[in-house]
Design a binder for this molecule. Structure first.
Ligand code: HEM
Length: 435
């Protein structure tokens, strides 16, 4: 007989009114008070929070077969179709195997020149403009990059139109007046997207390119069947959304942190100055360790995905409590990053915590989980890190950035983290340019 306590005895927390802007700190405080498992009641259902490295390992690795991505990320499926993020079991593994080759670190060689061209072109007029919204600019860059590198769509009015539809879809929950209105607008936007994307998918079928969409249209399952329009539509959507939304906020916060910590920014510039002149190649990008540690610190402090949602296929026990099948579980990325027994002075910006000999993230497995972990770790981790390093290196070497004073800079969690007011920065030419 199990000694574990029943579900009802799992400590209950009331979510505060400012939960969405205080998600990580609030859940980390709850961890200190109640331990790694507690629950709340939200949107008409029980939700179980699991926090900290031990919980992350349980959900992401050791007991991952108990959990359902589809039941956790159901709202993503409703919006964008059934792509890699929402699939479960063997179907997921099969589709992930099709895409994996396009996301290995060596494959990034293929994407880097695309990333660098888009970054160069999109930032070329910043000095002339004098002031830019970095959040807005980062979105244009990351969306153009995802569209071209992953699906072969070249930047221009058509890609801008795709981006606008995705932004409208992501904002729908905030603007729809009720559930009927939400469903009506969702159907209209999805229909529009389908109309626009389907001919692109057909083009790729006729003339497969070397990108992920090209790989997917060529792929065949064990019975020799190709993916359907619906499946290709869903995969393309998820790649375009997951491939830009998260990188947009992380690159914005990284640039913000570097403008607030000028001594560290100088160390990044000194590191960049040691590289050969001109645009760095993949080897150069890999050598940017000072910048990489700042990126990890931005990932820790401002993780674009705050909580990873899961459904539960089977009942389980964790930390002395029973959790029934059918429960909604969140493993909390944002809270796990703020636990003082894992990361010293967790609210402070201190990228050297990731450098040897400290390497705080390696003391316990699953401490830093901004990209998830285990077999379902973000497939785009290499892509995002190479892109963000290329972007930040390019910007810092050429431009001096300063946050425009007097603006309210906030992080707010919807499905992912957003900056509702954007982030305006003044831009000047750096003299001499650091290349
Ligand atoms: C800063 C950038 C990014 C962050 C922080 C991020 C974060 C994450 C996280 C936390 C997960 C796991 C979610 C879970 O466990 O429930 C995930 C999964 C995923 N991400 Fe990312 N991501 C980023 C960039 C990208 C990029 C660039 C792409 C595509 C090119 C991408 C595509 C995906 C996909 C398809 C999955 C589902 C993988 C699977 O379940 O097998 N992401 N991401």
């Amino acid at each position: 007989m199990s000694q574990a306590k029943p579900f009802e005895e799992i400590p209950f927390v009331e979510l505060p009114a400012n939960y969405q802007s205080d998600l990580g700190p609030f859940l980390a405080r709850s961890y200190e008070q109640y331990g790694p498992i507690f629950r709340t009641f939200s949107f008409g259902q029980d939700v179980v929070y699991m926090v900290g490295p031990e919980a992350n390992r349980f959900v992401l690795a050791s007991h991952r077969e108990l959990f359902s991505h589809r039941q956790g990320w159901w709202f993503v499926e409703e919006m964008f179709g059934d792509g890699l993020l929402t699939m479960d079991g063997e179907q997921h593994d099969q589709h992930r195997r099709m895409m994996n080759p396009a996301f290995t670190i060596s494959y990034m060689d293929h994407y880097l020149p695309i990333m660098q061209r888009i970054i160069r072109e999109r930032t070329a007029d910043w000095v002339e403009r004098g002031e830019v919204d970095i959040y807005d600019e980062a979105r244009k860059i990351t969306f153009d990059v995802a569209a071209e590198a992953l699906t072969g769509l070249r930047a221009g009015p058509e890609v801008d139109q795709f981006r606008d539809i995705f932004v409208q879809l992501l904002n729908l929950g905030m603007v729809a007046i009720d559930e009927d209105d939400y469903q009506r607008q969702l159907a209209a936007l999805k229909g529009h997207l389908y109309e626009l994307l389907l001919p692109k998918i057909e083009e790729r079928r006729q003339c497969p390119t070397n990108d992920v969409l090209g790989m997917l249209v060529r792929a065949r399952d064990e019975q020799g069947r190709a993916l359907s329009d619906e499946q290709l539509f869903a995969h393309t959507n998820i790649l375009l959304v997951a491939g830009h939304e998260t990188s947009t906020s992380l690159s914005t916060w990284l640039l913000y942190l570097l403008t607030q910590h000028v001594d560290y920014q100088q160390r990044v510039l000194d590191e960049l100055a040691k590289l050969p002149e001109g645009e760095p190649n993949l080897e150069g990008i890999k050598k940017m360790k000072v910048l990489e540690n700042a990126l990890s610190e931005a990932e820790r402090l401002y993780p674009p995905v705050g909580n990873g949602p899961r459904g539960t296929f089977e009942a389980f026990e964790f930390h002395g409590y029973q959790v029934p099948a059918g429960s909604q579980v969140f493993y909390s990325i944002a809270a796990s990053h703020l636990l003082p027994h894992v990361f010293s002075n967790p609210t402070q910006f201190d990228p050297d915590r990731f450098a040897p000999p400290r390497e705080e993230h390696k003391k316990v497995p699953y401490a830093l989980v901004g990209f998830g972990g285990g077999p379902r770790i973000c497939i785009g981790t290499n892509f995002a890190k190479v892109e963000i390093k290329a972007m930040v290196a390019h910007i810092l070497r050429r431009y001096r950035l300063e946050v425009v004073p007097g603006q309210e800079i906030t992080q707010f969690y919807r499905t992912t983290s957003v900056l509702p007011n954007g982030l305006r920065m003044r831009v000047e030419e750096r003299e001499p340019v650091y290349v």
